[in-house]
Structure formats: C-alpha cells, structure tokens
Design a protein around this ligand. Structure first.
Ligand SMILES: [Zn+2]
Length: 1043
C-alpha cells in the first residue's frame, strides 16, 4: 500500500499528494509535520509548532555552482544574489530585507556546489507576508537591468573578500585539480571577469553597458533552464495548524513553473583521473601555517545513507584517544590537531579527507606523518571485521543524540529539512535519517577501506614558505587561475610510495578501546511547574564563591551544563601574565585531548578558555558521567605538569596565531581594534609576542600557582541536577582549586571606557598583508552605559531601523563592498552603541564620508517615518527580545552572560520589551540627532572610527595625517546591576534567594563583592573624565600606536 494519497483541489488549494505515514521523531518533539508534493513537483514539509515565537521558511534547490555555464562561472551565485531583490508583486529591491528586518527576522541565500537555499525567519504573525515574498522570487523574479549591472560588483567584492582566505584558496585549488571539463572545476563564487566573460564573447558592441545587458540576458536564460519546481523543496515552520499552513503555502508555491526537468541531476564522473591520483600538491598559503590534507576519492554513497560507511571509517581515522593517529603524532611533537570527514554533498562522487595542522617539525617529517596514517589503515585492514562494540557505540550514541534532540532556531531547522528532502532518506525518516545508523554494512566498509591506498591518494601539503629540503631546488610554481594560489604538483616518488605500501606494524597504534563514558542513566526528573522559572537561584554565596542553580523545568533532557569562571587579578596584569594565562590554557587542552576524547564521543564536552578576568571552564552533556569529566578537567587545571616539548609546540602555535592575527579579514580587524581601544586594558598579540621566547615550564607552573592562590569563583549549574547535586559540584570545584578568597576590590570585572561627548576620533593604520586589496572601516557611535535601560533600548531600536537602509544604500546602491554590517555594538557588556563595519577596495575615508552622508540622509527618513512604520519596527524588535530560549544550551548562555557581566539582570529582555514599546518617535529622533547624526551631534556624539588601509592604496592619496590628540576617557561604572527602576523585579529575585543568611537582599547579595563601591554616589560620567577634551573636536584624530 502506498504511503501517499492524492488530495483533490479545494479552492484556493490546488490538488497535491500527501504522505500518510508518520515521521520518526525525537522523544521530546511535540511538533506536528505534514509532507506533501504539489502538482508542479515541489516537495514540501510543514511544521506546526504551537510554541514557535518565530516562524521560518526555507526553499532549497538541487542546483548549485556545479551547474554554471562554462563561460559564466559564478552564475548560480550571481542568480542567488539577484533573485531575492525584486519580484513582480514586490518590485522594490530592498522590499524583502526591509520586511524581514522590520519584523524581527533574518534572511539569507547560500549557494553550494550542488544546491542553493534561501531562508527567512520572522514574527510568527507575519508568516503569510514572508511566504508570499519568498514564492514570488521563484515564479516572477524581475532581474532588473539596473540591479543586474550593480549586483555583479557585490559578487566581485565578495570574491575579493575571500582572495586572501586560505580555506577558500585551497578549496578552489582542489577543485581546479580535477578532470578537465568536470563541473567540480567550476569557480563557484565568480567575479566580475568570470561573469561578464560570456557578455564579451557574445554578440555585443563591446562597450560595458552592452556587455552587462548580455550578462543579464544570459542570467535569465540560465535561470529558466535550471530553476523549476521539481528541483525545489520547501520547509515552513509556523504556529498555525497544518491545514492553515497548507492553505497559506500551497497556492503560493504552486505558481512556480514545473518545467519537468530531472529533479536531482547527479554528477556521475569521478573528480580525478589517473594523473591526479598518487600525487602531492605543494601549496603556498597566505597565513603562516603548516598543514596537510590527505584525500581519497569516494564513489556515490547514496544507497548507503542508512549504514553511513564513510562516517564510520572517519570515526577510526579521526579518533584522538589512546592509540590513535592523532595521539601518536602529537607525541612525536609533529601535530596540533587532526580530523577525518567526508566532503559535504552526497549526490555523486565526494572525497574522504584526513586533515591536520602540523608543527614545523611535523612538516619536515610529513612523509613519516603519512606513513603513520597508512600504518593505521593497515591496522584497520588487519582488524577487519572490527569488534562489534565499535559500531554499537557509534550507533548507540547517534541514537541517544537523536532521541534527546532539542529544538533550535526555526530557520535552521527549516534549512535542514528543506535540504534533506532532496537526500535519499525514506520519507518517514526525513528527520532521523541524517542521525541514525541502521545496521552495519561490512562489505561497503571493506570496499572503501581497500580503496584507501597510497596510489589512489592525493596529498595537499601547505606552508607559507616551503623548505628546500622538502620541495627541492628547482620547483616549478604554477598559479591557480582565480585566486593566484602558487602550487606545484608531483607524483609520489617510488621510494615513498613503496614505504607507504609496506606500512604495517607500529605497536603504538591501536583501535579505540571500549568507551567508558557512554551514558547509561538517561532518566529525567520531571517537576511540575506552572511556568518555567526565568532565572536561576543563588543557592550559596561565600567570600570565595557564588553558586547559581536551576533544575531544568522545561526541556526534560538527561543533560546539564556547568559553567565556571575562576576570577583572578593575576590573569591579565601585564602582557606577560596575559600570555602565560593563554599558554596555560592551551597546555591544559593539549594535555586533556587524549583522555577526554571518549567523553566527547559520548556527548560530553568541555572547554577551557582565558580572558582578562581569569579562566572559564565549561562542562556540558549527559548528566550521568558529567562529574567524572569535571573532576578530570579541574585536576588537570590544578596539577598540570608542564612538559618541555609540549610547551615548545604550544609556543610555536601561539607565535603563528599571533602573527596570523594581523593578516585576518580587514573588517574583523578594524572591529577588534575599535573594541580594544575602548577597553581599559588590552594586551595585543604583538605585545604578548615580545614575551614569548623567554617563557619556560617553570614560569607556567609558577603562574598557575599564582593564578589559583586567591580567586573568586562563580558557578552556574543548569539542567537535570538537583540543588544538592549542584552543591556537590561546587564542592568538587573548590576542593580541586584550593584557593583563598580575594578581597572584594581585587575581583576583576569586565568594563569599558566611555568616550567624552563631542568625540570624533579617527584612528588609522596600514594593514600588514601586502596582498590585501581591501581596506576596512569600523565606525562606532557609543551611546552610554548598557545598564541604562533607556540608552540600551534606544540603541537597539535605532540599530533595528538603520540596518536595512544602510545596507541598501552602501552595498546595493553604491556597491562600496560586500561587507556592510550594522551592529548594536556592546563593549565588554558595559557600554553600548550603534556601529557600522565595512570592507571595500575604496579608501576607508571615502567609506567614512559615505557613512556620514547616509547618516545625514537617514535623519530625513526618520522625520518622515509614519506611525505604522515606527510601530512595525518596535514590534519586530519586541518579538526578538521576547524570543524564548529553545534549548538548555541557549538558556544557559542567557543566564551566564548576565552573571559574567555582573548585572544579574535575568529579566532584562522583558524589561527592554516594555521600554521599547514605550519609546516615542520624537524621543528616538532626538537620540539620533544627539548621538549619531554628524551635523547635529558635533558636540554630543561619542564617535570613534578605525580605518585600516590596504597597502595597495598609495600614500599620496592619504588625507593629512592626524594632528591633535583627543584625550580619553572615563571608566564606566563597575556594574550596572538591576537597573534603576528595578523594584518589582528585585522582589521577584529576592523570593528566589535561598542562600544563608536569607535576610540578605539579593541585590546586595549579588553585589556583596562590590559593597564598597556602592557607598559612593552613582558615577556621573562628566565628573570622572580625566584630562581635557575639546568639546568641539572637529576632525581631531589620534594615532593608535598599540593596535
Ligand atoms: Zn554571495
């Protein structure tokens, strides 16, 4: 009996086919699903989630850049850019973006090799408007001539953004080294040249305008040949019942032309020919790195999606526990990290990769590294068939993960399901298919394993500067066509090949042993609550620690998250201290990797990181064995014995990371520099580097003892743990660390500097990477303290209102560059404002002038804004603020953020929503004129910009050098804590306070450590500005030598 039935048309819903079976769902999934296929061939899944506080949809297409015309490389990507900007029913270019942003949502389009997808999320009451716009892109796109000519520049700028990105360069090179004419060779991103190529060779007059017209004509033709309903799948998540979702979506998406093309056109030919196998590709990188990627071709594995043989092999080769390739290579001092995986798409051939980052020594021994991998492959062959427990463990953990899968963001879920509809899962296994292993398939595993031979392998060996002893004297470099990556290809020499073929016994290698971390207790203690609590309880406070606890009361998963911050003033006192703390944390992670890998497989994770206040430790996952892992991490933290060889490896890594930092993405760099500028103390990578060479094992151990001798520890336990268990965990933490308490005034807190009113600070710096063609600008208008509810609500609302018009003006209209990002910028969770970040081949001062012109023009838009438009922006933002947490992880992060900031303001979002609703347009306009608009805010704005200049821009075009020093700046108040009008919420918090003595009001309990500070009258910013500020600083700019 077929699980599908025909449903006749019922106006306005056309006829469709309905899947009548049940989908296999996670245990806790309370959503309802409907899978159907429209008459035009489009497949759809509708998800009814009564709890959804955001609706979402995704349309996925089984066409990507592998289907680009040979003379129009980048076409699929260009089409993705163009299609979402105007349709017959909604002709305005910026319509979709402004509709989605005004309704508190997000949207994007992504082009992959064999698929493209488009998604949005928004206020659930506005789903119809979102679906109506999304559908129109596919049945009536405009591809206007004027936009077609401009948007090529956005694609070109996106390409230029990636030009210096090693991952992109390597990807394109590996594509380039495929069989001639194979679509895997395509240049996915495309650029101006590749896209207009066809326009030039076609029947045009040769002038730019006609080339662009021809390019547009070809775009439309390509779209007609590739886009059709039978290649599309739609996923919609909404509050509405399934019938209502069907009624909303089916008529709209039935309008898309069927065209009846092959639904999932596959690529059948393997990527590589004989000339590509058994080769070493030597690659020059932009960043200072030593790395390798060993690749084997895999056949189309679609008929094996239930047993996942390649992923099963990756479990062995990517293992990091005792006896693994990774552990062995680390012991030799050759390796930093290793991973094994299959390359993404499944519709056709793919590759199996073993990738690793090497030390210099590892690079010099790359042949021995290879030998180890082939020794391990030989060991796997000898051990075949593998003992049953391997597959059982992998399958069991996958099953547990699926069973307790929690909800995530609705748009991410829509993307996943829409894309998976084109994967070869059975319809009833649409949700479970990617997770579950159903029966092992020894024959295919063996067949794949047998194909992993040196003669069929391809090795990419990467370094910034290759050594002569590795590549030889007379190496002939070639340049990859699009990115210019320098590379050389050679066959494995016979001696090495023989060695790899013979690779057999290495007694230090072994298959993974049984995993003691696999959870057995998966019980969940349910407690009946009328409504989930909105914040954790402070269950214990002493002069050394504070423990926050919340027993899960809504997600019901057998999991918990433990977050710990160990605050120590010694962590960041000088650049040397900062470096020592960072190295210490690297060494901890390094020492733990081998012993904790099994825990990771068993769904238990940990992380250790350092920051300016101390060290963060996180342990999360199934509650059953979580305390075992926590103890392991803390013991290591307190007792780490530093080994000289591992310190050497970590120093090498740190040196490279610090050097490479300065050749990162310019827009990100400008953002980091602007943030640093506003921190009272920030040690730059360059400053820390000056200390690196002199650091010894003894230094690290002494620093560790100093770090933990006196601390303040804050702990949050959230999840399936009782209060008693949380107290036991705190006892473990305190017992392991054995610290003494700090004085309250010694406890470090995150804080930010505040610019004086009238600041117009511009800092400039040349980019370090001589090949970087982009410059960058970070332009920041600081409003004030984040603890001031008015200030942060106005900043959030202005951010919400400016985003779309700024993007439309600077990127879509003026085409200044691919990166135009407006942020609601917070510095150290302490001050807040609105920032604009850009990256462009134009000079940053030109960009800054355009930003200011936009900000002037926006004032007019603001004054002409209708009440409805203003209300829509407020509603959109309120929806975002009131978004519920979707899973335990999100809830923990939300609590932890406010605990770390020292605000303990767990109800901030609700308070903000209220404050935003109360804002008037005239208030917002006044704030805009005072704090953002350049002409009216000359004496009141607190503005900082960081301009990073490409070396390709020559000196003679630089505007005059900065002349005057602007003087900073005051520390903002230490903590904002429960803002000024917090009466009601304070009593709500009080009721939750259980710590003894219970009479302590929660505000001072939370603040006990700062008691001294609160004897003082509140800080008035103007009083504490040190030094003199020109209140009318016109273009005063300061050099920022430390950046
Ligand atoms: Zn793009």
């Amino acid at each position: 009996m077929s699980a599908w039935k025909d449903v006749p048309a019922a106006d306005p819903v056309p006829a469709y086919r309905l899947f009548t079976g049940d989908l296999e769902k996670p245990l806790l999934d309370d959503r309802q699903y409907r899978v159907l296929q429209l008459q035009n061939g489009l497949r759809a899944v509708f998800i009814h989630d009564p709890e959804a506080d955001k609706a979402a949809a995704c349309l996925a297409l089984t066409i990507g850049h592998m289907y680009d015309p040979i003379d129009a490389q980048g076409m699929a990507h260009y089409c993705e850019h163009m299609i979402m900007k105007g349709s017959e029913p909604y002709p305005d270019e910026g319509d979709f973006t402004s509709f989605i942003t005004a309704n508190g949502g997000a949207k994007n389009g992504v082009t992959g090799p064999m698929s493209t997808h488009y998604y949005f999320s928004l206020n659930p009451t506005q789903l119809e408007g979102g679906l109506s716009r999304l559908a129109a892109f596919f049945y009536a796109p405009l591809f206007t001539e004027s936009l077609a000519a401009r948007e090529i520049n956005a694609v070109d700028s996106e390409f230029k953004r990636n030009l210096q990105n090693d991952a992109r360069r390597l990807l394109q090179l590996s594509k380039h080294l495929s069989v001639d004419g194979h679509p895997n060779r395509n240049f996915g991103t495309g650029n101006y040249v590749s896209l207009t190529d066809m326009g030039r060779t076609g029947d045009t007059d040769g002038d730019e305008a006609s080339v662009l017209r021809e390019t547009r004509r070809r775009l439309v033709g390509w779209w007609e040949r590739q886009y059709c309903a039978s290649r599309m799948a739609l996923a919609v998540v909404g509050k509405e019942p399934l019938d209502a979702l069907t009624l909303l979506a089916a008529p709209l998406f039935s309008k898309i032309a069927s065209r009846e093309y092959e639904p999932d056109p596959a690529v059948k030919e393997p990527f590589w020919g004989p000339e590509h196998r058994g080769t070493i590709v030597i690659v020059q990188t932009v960043k200072d790195v030593h790395a390798f990627s060993l690749q084997f071709g895999l056949p189309d594995l679609r008929q094996h999606v239930t047993s996942k043989p390649a992923a099963f092999l990756a479990y062995f080769l990517g293992h990091e526990g005792v006896g693994s390739v990774c552990a062995y290579l680390k012991k030799q001092g050759w390796l930093l990290n290793l991973s094994a995986f299959t390359s993404g798409h499944t519709r056709g051939p793919q590759t199996f990769n073993v990738d690793g980052t090497l030390t210099l020594k590892g690079y010099l021994h790359y042949d021995a590294v290879l030998e180890t991998i082939f020794e391990y492959i030989a060991l796997m062959r000898r051990s075949f068939p593998f003992p049953d427990y391997h597959y059982a463990e992998v399958a069991t953990m996958a099953g547990i993960r699926f069973r307790f899968m929690q909800k995530g963001q609705p748009h991410e879920y829509a993307v996943r399901l829409a894309r998976d509809m084109s994967e070869p899962y059975r319809t009833d296994q649409l949700i479970s298919g990617p997770y579950l292993y159903r029966g092992k398939d020894d024959a295919t595993v063996k067949q794949l394993l047998d194909s992993f031979t040196p003669g069929r392998a391809k090795l990419f060996l990467q370094a910034k500067e290759h050594r002569e002893e590795i590549v030889g004297k007379d190496v002939q470099w070639e340049a990859e066509k699009w990115y210019g990556t320098q590379f050389a290809v050679r066959k494995f020499d016979e001696v090495l090949l023989e060695k790899l073929r013979e690779a057999s016994s290495n007694t230090e290698l072994a298959l993974p042993s049984a995993n003691r971390f696999i959870p057995t207790d998966l019980s969940v203690t349910k407690v009946e609550v009328a409504e989930p609590a909105k914040f954790p309880t402070l269950v214990k406070r002493t002069d050394i620690s504070q423990l926050w606890h919340k027993k899960d009361d809504q997600f019901w998963v057998p999991k918990a998250q433990v977050r710990i911050v160990i605050k120590s003033p010694v962590a960041y006192t000088t650049s040397r201290h900062a470096l020592l703390t960072g190295l210490f944390v690297d060494l901890i992670e390094d020492a733990l990797a081998e012993v904790t890998y099994d825990a990771g497989i068993a769904g238990l994770s940990y992380a250790v990181s350092s920051h300016s206040e101390g060290i963060d430790v996180t342990v999360a996952g199934y509650h059953d064995k979580l305390d075992v892992l926590l103890r392991m991490v803390l013991d290591q933290l307190r007792q780490l014995a530093v080994q000289a060889d591992r310190l050497q490896v970590m120093k090498e890594k740190v040196k490279r990371d610090y050097d490479n930092f300065y050749v990162g993405q310019p827009s990100n760099l400008s953002y980091s520099f602007a943030t640093w500028y506003l921190l009272p103390r920030r040690w730059t990578p360059a400053e820390k580097l000056t200390e690196l060479s002199s650091i010894t094992e003894g230094d690290i151990e002494r620093h560790r003892d100093a770090l933990f001798s006196k601390t303040f520890i804050e702990v949050l336990v959230n999840g399936n743990f009782s209060k008693e268990r949380s107290l036991e965990l705190l006892a473990i933490v305190e017992g392991c660390l054995q610290s003494q308490p700090l004085l309250p005034s010694e406890i470090p807190h995150p804080r930010s500097l505040l610019l004086p009113p009238g600041s117009n600070i511009i800092t400039r710096k040349r980019l370090a990477n001589p090949k970087e063609v982009n410059s960058a600008l970070s332009y920041f208008c600081q409003f004030g303290e984040v603890s001031d509810i008015k200030i942060r609500s106005v900043a959030a609302l202005l951010h919400q209102m400016i985003r779309e018009p700024c993007f439309t003006q600077l990127r879509t209209q003026e085409q200044l560059g691919y990166v135009v990002i407006v942020t609601n910028w917070s510095i150290a969770n302490s001050t807040v404002g609105v920032g604009i970040r850009m990256q462009s081949t134009r000079s940053p001062w030109h960009c800054e002038a355009r930003v200011e012109a936009f900000l002037e023009a926006f004032a007019e838009r603001l004054s002409g804004m209708t009440a409805e438009e203003f209300a829509m922006h407020k509603d959109g933002l309120v929806v975002k603020k009131l978004e519920r947490v979707k899973n335990l992880g999100e809830e923990t992060s939300r609590f932890w953020e406010t605990i770390c900031a020292g605000h303990y303001d767990f109800l901030r979002n609700e308070a903000d929503a209220e404050a935003i609703r109360a804002l008037t347009l005239s208030e917002v306009t006044a704030a805009y004129n005072k704090l953002i608009r350049p002409s009216t805010g000359a004496h009141s704005r607190r503005k900082l910009s960081v301009q990073l200049i490409s070396q390709r821009l020559t000196d003679d075009v630089l505007p005059p050098a900065p002349t005057r020093q602007a003087v900073l700046i005051a520390d903002t108040q230490v903590v904002g804590v429960l803002d000024r009008a917090a009466g009601e919420r304070e009593s709500a918090l009080k009721a939750r306070l259980e710590c003894a003595p219970a009479v302590t009001p929660v505000v001072s309990a939370a603040l006990g450590v700062y008691a001294g500070a609160f004897d003082l009258p509140p800080l008035v910013i103007g009083d504490v500005i040190q030094g003199q500020t020109e209140s009318s600083t016109d273009d005063s700019a300061i050099a920022c030598p430390r950046l």
